[in-house]
Design a protein around this ligand. Structure first.
Ligand code: SF4
Length: 377
């Protein structure tokens, strides 16, 4: 089993918090799609004939691609794999791109899941974040997608914005639940270095939401969505029963994936690869038949640490048997010993053979995961 990630690195304008790789030079799209199809051709064999179950077209803003451009990508994919055998094919979309015509076009592609970057249902928040859409546009686009027959829609939300109150966040969640999306991802606002938001913080124009309020918002998120029937299956992800993101779940369950496009990462169980974060260099390299990636061969510690980082994030937890199978009995004992203080203080629970974060553990998940990792032999 394997997945394919396709990065579409174009945005009409940049949101102030975003550190994903994207570019506003839309005129590069044609050459870019050519290079993407060529990279697929050059690298598909890396998947070693594993059946591809999920494809995720992310960005950037994939909904900035035209129907012809999407068709070219799917034509290239279908030379290698039966798209009808893919369980999940997701397109990330900005709400204001989802016109009736665009959605009709999408219905004629193999895409069966839409991930909408809504971020907030408050127009002041959206303006502050430099999003292109309004809350009403997002709701209308969501309804249009559903009426067109897209039953599997995910929405993204951000909380912990400067000045946001718990009531404001609750109201956001209420509007999200009213739409009844199959899946909700909710992230606390991060001040990533290099972003406009980070510069605003540095110059004192905004201040971070305090830790206590941020934890209250996280608590409110979990309580509200669970009460509405959503399963909290990963730190930042919630789904109606069975409607997990299959693509993202395979990242957390150690399934190999091939990442195409600038900044895209790939993983095959033995090494990680990441493509150059520059569209022009990417196009230039690929069009001359050269790969655009760097490679890191994963040593035992890195593979063990990856397993901690990915598994513990999920409601399925970290399987101690898998640790033993992959790294030996000593590593299992090492992990168990480091987990013990967290089990004793109620932050981790051992359920059968799996270590899982409890609610109080979720709030300090980063430090627990980092404590369970192995730095050196
Ligand atoms: S959040 Fe999405 S739309 Fe905004 S700049 Fe980043 S990739 Fe582009």
């Amino acid at each position: 089993m394997a997945g394919i990630y396709i990065h579409i690195p174009f945005c009409k304008k940049r949101c102030i918090y975003c550190d994903f790789f994207s570019d506003i030079r839309m005129h590069l799209r044609k050459d870019y799609v050519d290079a993407l199809c060529r990279e697929l051709e050059m690298r598909y064999a890396e998947l070693e004939n594993a059946p591809v179950h999920t494809i995720y077209i992310g960005g950037g803003t994939p909904s900035q691609l035209s129907g012809e451009e999407l068709a070219r990508i799917f034509d290239a994919l279908s030379l290698h794999l039966p798209l009808s055998a893919c369980k999940e094919i997701t397109l990330e979309a900005n709400p204001d791109d989802l016109s009736a015509d665009y959605i009709t076009m999408l219905k004629h592609t193999p895409i069966n899941r839409i991930s909408m970057g809504i971020q907030s249902f408050d127009d002041d928040d959206l303006l502050f974040l430099n999003r292109r859409h309004t809350a009403a546009q997002a709701e209308e686009a969501f309804v249009r997608c559903r009426e067109a027959g897209f039953g599997n829609i995910s929405i993204d939300l951000i909380y912990g914005l400067p000045g946001q109150t718990i009531q404001g966040w609750q109201s956001n969640l209420g509007r999200a639940i009213a739409l009844r999306p199959a899946h909700i991802s909710a992230y606390s606002l991060i001040y990533e270095e290099g972003t406009a938001l980070f510069r605003m913080l540095e110059s004192g124009k905004v201040s971070e939401c305090d830790d206590e309020l941020s934890l209250d918002m996280f608590d409110c998120l979990i309580d509200t969505l669970e009460a509405a029937g959503y399963e909290h299956y990963e730190i930042s992800n919630f789904a109606l029963p069975g409607m997990y993101s299959q693509h993202n779940t395979s990242y957390w369950l150690d399934v190999p994936y091939l990442g195409l496009g600038p900044s895209a990462h790939s993983y095959d169980g033995k090494c990680r690869r990441w493509n150059v974060r520059d569209i022009s260099r990417y196009i230039n390299k690929i069009s001359h038949g050269f790969n655009a990636y760097e490679t890191e061969i994963l040593d035992t510690n890195s593979r063990y640490n990856d397993m901690i980082l990915t598994s513990l994030r999920t409601m399925w937890g970290l399987s101690l048997s898998r640790i033993e199978e992959n790294f030996g009995r000593d590593m299992r004992q090492y992990c168990q010993a480091l987990a013990r203080p967290y089990i004793d203080t109620g932050k981790l629970v051992l359920s059968g053979d799996n270590l899982k974060l409890t609610r109080s553990g979720l709030f300090v998940s980063d430090s627990i995961m980092s404590d369970l990792m192995k730095v050196e032999d």
